[in-house]
Design a protein around this ligand. Structure first.
Ligand SMILES: Nc1ncnc2c1ncn2[C@@H]1O[C@H](COP(=O)(O)OP(=O)(O)OP(=O)(O)O)[C@@H](O)[C@H]1O
Length: 394
């Protein structure tokens, strides 16, 4: 193997498949690679190889492949890697440029943005899938690893459970996407643990500029109040129609709260986008997959709680709505719960987050949100290749 961008590759003199006969005059033919490395390590200055070049060098006509890692990998913890020092670690969500796929098991890649001259070894999709399967079967059986977020309020009430399977593809092919001025805006989807401030941030953004930002009008099965109008606060529908919409997959997410059904339909999001405005919604993490589509091109912003001591300081005068209380002061257990929920969300969904805002000082978070929103709409971003070249499944 010749590592792309490494010394041998840059010299252009050594190729995979060459037979090395001598290193600095020392015969190495028939030796184990480890022994040859020892000989090399002992040499000083220029290293002279005597090689029998490979007669038919494979032609490299590979197209560049970019992927988003959907799993973590550490070569130091992988006994199967041919050379741990040549390995490259990556985390969920990292964008990798695959520079060599000649080997079916071990690819060579660079992490982006990259200043590395040299690529690193990573397991190929098939190898990583195999590793995941082995890992999966070696784990104790966990029938309910998905998040159960049964809370009051609109977002709190969502009980939709669509678990992200650990056996999904470990890499997602991505391309650079730059929205053209005439294209619809990308949907902005905020998510985070309950009580972190997702709704507050969304509301503030809309208040700042209601002509640009809009929420999606939800559907509900409850009766309208005197001042309410269908299509303004909510779309008021019968249970029968609501059930029908659920059956036809027309909701991004829906749930029940105190006997009333609420839901955000794909159509109501598209209405905002088609009007030329930017649609901003808050969703439960398990609805992320539903908004990551060619049609909505959602930009996912994760709102993360700050460390516990900052939560205590910043939320002193804030109020939380729980299953049992509307607007009561935050308690210590709310902060603990928020941290715990954040840990679970991050371990399951981190790879899908386009941007992370730590909601410490509210004013700072609003500014960060505005910047992220601008970047999402006006700067090139890595998006799944299926959004640009739709396939039958997308
Ligand atoms: N950075 C902040 N500093 C202080 N208070 C905050 C901050 N962010 C949000 N809050 C307050 O915390 C409370 C909960 O916020 P919010 O209702 O937005 O939570 P949420 O994430 O939407 O949770 P849920 O979906 O469970 O309603 C609100 O009273 C809000 O004003």
């Amino acid at each position: 193997r010749v590592i792309c961008g490494g010394l041998a590759d840059r010299s252009g003199l050594l190729h995979a498949g060459d037979r090395i006969l001598e290193v600095n005059g020392f015969p190495v033919d028939g030796m184990e690679p480890e022994q040859v490395i020892q000989v090399q390590a002992r040499s000083q200055g220029t290293i002279m190889f005597k090689v029998v070049p490979i007669t038919e060098r494979p032609i490299h006509n590979q197209t560049m492949l970019y992927v988003r890692a959907m799993a973590d990998y550490s070569p130091q913890q992988d006994p199967a890697i041919p050379c741990a020092d040549a390995g490259m670690s990556f985390r969920k969500g990292d964008i990798l440029e695959i520079v060599d796929q000649t080997d079916s098991l071990w690819w060579q890649a660079k992490k982006l943005p990259s200043s590395m001259a040299c690529a690193g070894l990573i397991p190929s999709t098939n190898l990583l899938k195999r590793k995941q399967r082995e890992f999966w079967w070696s784990q104790p059986y966990q029938p309910h690893i998905c998040m159960q977020t049964c809370r009051s309020g609109f977002r709190r009430s969502m009980r939709l459970c669509s678990c992200y399977s650990a056996l999904n593809c470990p890499f997602e092919e991505v391309v650079r996407y730059q929205r053209l001025p005439q294209d619809a805006h990308r949907l902005l989807a905020l998510t985070g643990p309950s009580g972190v401030g997702v709704n507050q941030l969304r509301r503030r953004l809309i208040e700042m500029n209601p002509n640009i930002f809009r929420g999606a009008i939800p559907h509900t099965t409850r009766a309208p109040k005197a001042y309410e109008e269908s299509g303004r606060e909510y779309y008021f529908t019968s249970r029968e129609i609501f059930d029908n919409m659920v059956y036809n997959n027309r909701f991004l997410e829906y749930g029940e709260h105190k006997g009333t059904l609420y839901g955000t339909s794909i159509e109501s999001v598209k209405d905002v986008l088609n009007s030329g405005r930017i649609c901003i919604i808050d969703i439960e993490p398990n609805a992320i997959q539903a908004v990551r589509t060619h049609e909505l091109k959602a930009y996912i912003i994760y709102v993360k709680p700050p460390p516990l001591e900052r939560l205590r300081e910043t939320r002193q005068d804030s109020y939380i709505t729980t299953n049992y209380y509307v607007n009561r002061p935050f308690k210590e257990e709310d902060f603990q719960e928020m941290e715990e929920a954040a840990r679970k969300i991050e371990s399951q969904y981190w790879q899908f987050f386009d941007h992370v805002i730590v909601n410490d000082e509210l004013q700072d978070s609003c500014i960060q949100l505005l910047t992220a929103v601008r970047r999402a709409q006006d700067e090139p971003q890595w998006v799944p290749v299926s959004w640009i070249r739709p396939t039958a499944e997308s």
